[in-house]
Design a protein around this ligand. Structure first.
Ligand SMILES: [Zn+2]
Ligand SMILES: [Zn+2]
Length: 264
């Protein structure tokens, strides 16, 4: 990698379905990254359920090979880009996920595991999805299940890196969907997940996406990050950009966060 710092988490069009059709392409990111002297890792969503069942999914029907080929072509010219994927964890697809990692783990520079949705159609990371889920399941159970599932993902050792470890709080927090009294939203819970990552030799993301939501904090929070850093967690930093403006705007924050993690 040419530069000192890396933004490990950006989404592109057409490869991530939650990026606008006229959103940023590989090339758009490359231009800015070169100007701003930062390495960039493309971490588009790879959700096995949709890859297998949804013909409109960008990775349907083996198109991951096109994704890799396209990035490889850019890599011939630019030595500051990484190929990656943000792979969704499903507890009932562990074997398939392991097979996927066997087949593609070495083809990609970086893979992060994450959880957005465990009941198909009810993602906790969109306002609509969470609203619908809250009509079915009490908030306490949703939060508890998120943490249970996160433990399963970490203990499965399928991934070496975990993205936005406490993203359940993207909307469930005092600025949006206010936690009910019976909910455990303590830092200790997140810290426990971090400790489990140490045990399973997983790196943890400091994800900057929360800064564009009313919660206005990183995932995990800076306090949790500092505690976990002390205990030995290794972090990588991702802006989780879905637009070029956000990517550009967050570069100073990415650099500042690396300096905070590794003071000179
Ligand atoms: Zn994500
Ligand atoms: Zn993402």
């Amino acid at each position: 990698m040419r530069f000192k710092f890396t933004d490990f988490h950006v989404h592109t069009t057409p490869w991530s379905v939650d990026v606008a059709e006229d959103g940023p392409t590989f090339e758009d990111y490359i231009k800015i990254a070169e100007e701003q002297q930062i390495n960039v890792c493309f971490l588009d969503h790879f959700e096995l359920y949709y890859v297998e069942n949804d013909k409109t999914n960008p990775f349907y029907n083996g198109r991951i090979d096109d994704y890799l080929e396209e990035i490889d072509i850019w890599k011939e010219t630019y030595d500051f880009i990484l190929s990656g994927l943000e792979v969704e964890y499903y507890e009932d697809k562990e074997i398939k996920l392991m097979e996927f990692m066997d087949d593609y783990g070495k083809e990609l520079d970086f893979i992060g595991g994450s959880i957005h949705e465990w009941i198909i159609g009810y993602p906790i990371t969109t306002k609509d999805g969470l609203t619908k889920l809250l009509e079915k399941i009490p908030m306490k159970r949703i939060i508890d299940y998120y943490f249970e599932l996160s433990k399963k993902m970490i203990n499965s050792q399928i991934f070496k890196n975990v993205c936005h470890i406490d993203t359940i709080f993207r909307y469930i927090n005092n600025n949006e969907f206010i936690p009910t009294n019976d909910c455990d939203i303590s830092d200790d819970r997140v810290i426990d997940l971090g400790r489990l990552c140490i045990k399973n030799k997983m790196k943890v993301e400091l994800n900057l996406s929360g800064l564009r939501f009313p919660i206005n904090r990183t995932f995990p929070s800076m306090n949790v990050m500092k505690q976990l850093k002390k205990e030995g967690v290794e972090f990588f930093i991702g802006s989780d950009s879905h637009s070029l403006d956000y990517f550009k705007e967050k570069i100073p924050k990415v650099i500042e966060s690396y300096n905070l993690l590794n003071p000179i």
